[in-house]
Write a protein of this length. Structure first.
Length: 438
C-alpha cells in the first residue's frame, strides 16, 4: 500500500473474508472464470497520481496500446484510495466487479481469504513470463505463506530518510544519520527555535504500523508468532513502539502537533523548512510540487541500530506498493492474464514506475537509468536488500487498525505531556491484542 493516499484499512476485511469465502468478482456466473466476453475487460486502477484525472491521462494511452495489440478493449475506472477497499469487498460479496484490479499489497492475504481472487499458480505465472522475473521481496507481499499468490506485484515502494540539506548545514551537521543514535543526536541539535528534526503522521494508522513493524524487526520481534497468534506485548514489540513514540515523548525531536497529522502534513512541513527529516515512500514528486528543488534535499536509507541495512535486525523498511489481481470468475480469463502480462512487461514496468516514482518489481525494468538516481537507487536497494513484508495473515487489516490506533493514542499522550512508559505502552498494546481476539 502507498501511504501517500491510502485510507486506513479497517477490520471489515476480516469480517467479510469469512462471509465471502468461495465468492468471486467479475461478471461471470461461475467461480472458475470463463472467456464468454473475450473482447472486453474492466479494470479498477488505484489512484497513484496526484488525482484521478492524472491517472486517466497516464493509463489511457497504455490501454489503447494494449487494445491495438490484442483487440481487447479495457474499460478503465480509477478508484480513489478512500473508496478502493470497500469497493473491492462489495464486489467479493455481490459477485459483480471488475475483471482486473489493483490492490494495496498489504491487503493481499486478507483478500486472498475471501476466495475471490485468481490464485497465481505456476501455470498462471508461466503465462506472464514466470515468477523469476520478479524480485523475491515483492513476491513476499502477495499472499499467505505456503499458498499460491493472490496477486502479482505491479508498483513497489519502500521507505527512505529524506533530509533538508540547508537545515543540516545550519545545525553544523556534515552528513545524514545512518543509525538511530545518530538521528536522535542530530535531531536534538536541529530541534530549536521553532524548527524540528523529524516529521511524523501520528494520526495515520497505516504509517504507525509501518514504522512500528520495522522497529520491531530491529528489536528481533514480530507482532505474530509462527501460528499467527498476536504477540503485541512481547518485549521487542513493546520496545519498538516505545522507541518510535519516544522521538516525541522523550527525545523531543518530533513536534507535539504531529500527533494529529494523518494527511501528509509532515511532507508539507518538510517542504517549508519546518522539519529537517521525514521517513517516507517515494516523496520526490511531492517535494517538487511544494516548490522544493532537487538539490534542496537528500535521501539515505532508513537508520538501523548499527552497521548497514540488511536482513533480520537490520531490516529498515516494510515492502509497500501495489499488486495487480484478477477476479476468479472473470468472463475473460485469457484476456485478463494477457493484460497482467502487458502491465508487468519490461517496457510498461519501466514507463509506469518511472511516471509514478515507484520501483519496478520486475528485475529487468530496474536496469533503466531512472532507477539509479540518488533517491531511486536508495529505494531500489532497500527493496532488494533490506525490506520485509507486513504479516501476510487474513487478519492483517485488523492488525493495522488495532496496533495503529494504539500508537496513535500513545502519540496523543506524548503531545499532552503525559509520560509514555514501558508499562503504558504494554497496556495499550495489550488492549490491541484483546481487540484482535474479539
Amino acid at each position: 500500500m502507498r501511504i501517500l493516499r491510502a485510507a486506513t484499512v479497517t477490520a471489515t476485511v476480516t469480517v467479510l473474508a469469512a462471509a465471502a469465502a468461495g465468492c468471486g468478482g467479475g461478471s461471470a456466473p461461475s467461480g472458475g472464470g470463463s472467456n464468454n466476453s473475450p473482447r472486453t475487460l474492466t479494470y479498477w486502477a488505484s489512484n497513484q497520481g496526484p488525482n484521478v484525472e492524472a491517472d486517466k491521462k497516464i493509463l489511457g494511452p497504455e490501454l489503447r496500446k494494449f487494445e491495438k495489440r490484442t483487440g481487447i478493449k479495457v474499460k478503465l475506472e480509477v478508484v480513489p484510495w478512500p473508496d478502493l477497499l470497500n469497493r473491492i469487498l462489495a464486489a467479493t460479496t455481490s459477485g459483480q466487479g471488475p475483471d482486473v484490479l489493483n490492490i494495496g499489497n498489504t491487503w493481499s492475504a486478507s483478500l486472498q481469504a475471501t476466495g475471490a481472487l485468481l490464485p497465481w499458480d505456476k501455470a498462471n505465472f508461466d503465462e506472464i513470463g514466470g515468477r523469476d522475473r520478479f524480485v523475491a521481496p515483492a513476491l513476499g507481499a502477495t499472499g499467505a505463506e505456503g499458498k499460491d499468490p493472490a496477486a502479482v506485484p505491479l508498483y513497489s515502494l519502500t521507505y527512505a530518510l529524506y533530509y533538508n540539506k540547508q537545515m543540516f548545514k545550519e545545525a553544523g551537521i556534515s552528513q545524514p544519520p545512518s543509525t538511530w543514535e545518530e538521528l536522535v543526536a542530530d535531531g536534538k541539535k536541529i530541534s530549536k527555535n521553532g524548527k524540528w528534526a523529524l516529521g511524523a503522521e501520528g494520526g495515520n494508522l497505516s504509517n504507525n504500523i509501518h514504522q512500528a513493524f520495522v522497529l520491531a524487526k530491529q528489536h528481533g520481534a514480530d507482532f505474530f508468532d509462527s501460528s499467527g497468534k498476536p504477540t503485541f506485548t512481547s518485549p521487542g514489540a513493546v520496545a519498538a513502539v516505545k522507541q518510535y513514540v519516544d522521538f516525541m515523548a522523550e527525545d523531543g525531536i518530533i513536534a507535539p502537533g504531529n500527533a494529529e497529522y494523518g494527511q501528509n502534513q509532515s511532507l508539507q512541513d518538510f517542504a517549508k523548512g519546518r522539519t529537517a527529516m521525514v521517513l517516507w515512500q517515494a516523496a520526490a514528486g511531492t517535494f517538487t510540487a511544494h516548490g522544493m528543488k532537487a538539490e534542496d534535499w537528500g535521501v539515505v536509507p532508513v537508520p538501523v541500530p548499527s552497521g548497514a541495512p540488511g536482513t533480520g535486525r537490520r531490516t529498515n523498511s516494510m515492502i509497500a506498493g501495489i499488486n495487480i489481481a484478477v477476479f476468479k470468475n472473470t468472463d475473460n480469463l485469457d484476456g485478463a492474464r494477457k493484460f497482467v502480462k502487458f502491465m508487468t512487461s519490461d517496457a510498461e514496468q519501466t514507463l509506469l514506475n518511472k511516471t509514478y516514482g515507484a520501483i519496478p518489481p520486475v528485475k529487468a525494468a530496474q536496469a533503466d537509468p531512472a532507477f539509479s538516481r540518488p533517491d531511486t537507487k536508495v529505494l531500489r536497494e532497500t527493496l532488494t536488500r533490506s525490506a520485509a513484508p507486513l504479516p501476510q495473515i487474513a487478519d492483517e487489516s485488523q492488525f493495522e487498525t488495532s496496533v495503529g490506533t494504539a500508537v496513535k493514542d500513545l502519540f496523543a499522550d506524548a503531545a499532552a505531556g503525559h509520560p509514555v512508559t514501558t508499562a503504558s505502552v504494554r497496556a495499550r498494546l495489550a488492549e490491541a491484542e484483546q481487540q484482535m481476539a474479539k
